[in-house]
Design a protein around this ligand. Structure first.
Ligand code: BTN
Length: 249
């Protein structure tokens, strides 16, 4: 089923099964000769992709969608894009329960991952389009969460909460992002108001974190976010380190 958003002329497609909604939209952008504003949402994915080329577990009961965001800049700031998407997911779903953002791209419910976000860039000539992929564990029953993941992953249903409705959730998130990016200039101006709201939901703040860098392993305590959306670590050596990409553990 396909319909259109009147303000941004976005084309929304809701389907039962996709391989990977992000991979399908990447192909569509590559095949297009002009910018595309498209959304593809599936109830399950057979080849869901996560960060670092990992598989993203996508059984029925999730909300799996991707949206294309043509950008003006040659290199949009992906860390800020991902954080803005995380904030938008929180704002859209916090009527159900408080949520937190785990830098750089997870949304947490009761301390466990409930949503993963992945932003990737595809170019048409010099013009970048960000493909944003969002996977929300909505009505996934607890029994369908692999036992090995139950300590770190959850769903709204597994927490005894109402599951967010698919169509409304996708449209609320994408249209809110359209407003922030294209009307309010969220990614081309001052990001600090958004960082403030993100910091208020910072899952890692004050927790022990570690990250292996080319020059060695950094361990310390998460100390908030930098103005460019990086993670600040107060290291055990007493320094402040900024991590811009990747994850911590
Ligand atoms: C992560 O947590 O590693 C990021 C996961 C991103 C998953 C979403 S689900 C919709 C879209 N299609 C994909 O194949 N991946 C993204």
């Amino acid at each position: 089923m396909t319909d259109r958003d009147l303000l941004f002329q976005r084309e929304y497609t809701f389907t039962e099964t996709a391989g990977s909604t992000s991979e399908e939209l990447k192909e569509a952008v590559r095949a297009a000769s002009s910018p595309l504003w498209r959304v593809l949402s599936a109830e399950r994915q057979t080849a869901g992709r996560g960060r670092e080329g990992k598989t993203f577990f996508s059984p029925p009961g999730g909300i799996y969608f991707s949206a294309t965001f043509p950008m003006e800049k040659t290199q949009p700031l992906l860390p800020c894009f991902t954080l803005l998407a995380g904030l938008t997911v929180c704002r859209a779903l916090e009527g159900i329960s408080p949520l937190a953002i785990k830098w750089p791209n997870d949304v947490m419910l009761n301390g466990k991952k409930v949503c993963g976000i992945l932003a990737q860039t595809v170019y048409i000539g010099n013009a970048p389009t960000v493909i944003l992929g969002v996977g929300i564990n909505a009505s996934l029953p607890e029994a369908d969460i692999p036992p090995a993941l139950r300590d770190i992953m959850t769903s709204f249903t597994a927490e005894g909460l109402p599951a967010p409705p698919v169509k409304k959730t996708v449209k609320d998130i994408v249209s809110a992002l359209d407003r922030e990016i294209y009307l309010n200039g969220a990614l081309s101006g001052d990001f600090s108001p958004y960082l403030k709201e993100i910091a208020a939901r910072d899952h890692l703040f004050g927790k022990r974190v570690a990250r292996t860098l080319p020059r060695g392993r950094v361990t310390g305590v998460a100390a908030g976010l930098s103005p460019t959306g990086g993670l600040l670590i107060r290291t055990d050596a007493g320094e402040t380190e900024e991590i811009l990409f990747g994850a911590v553990n």
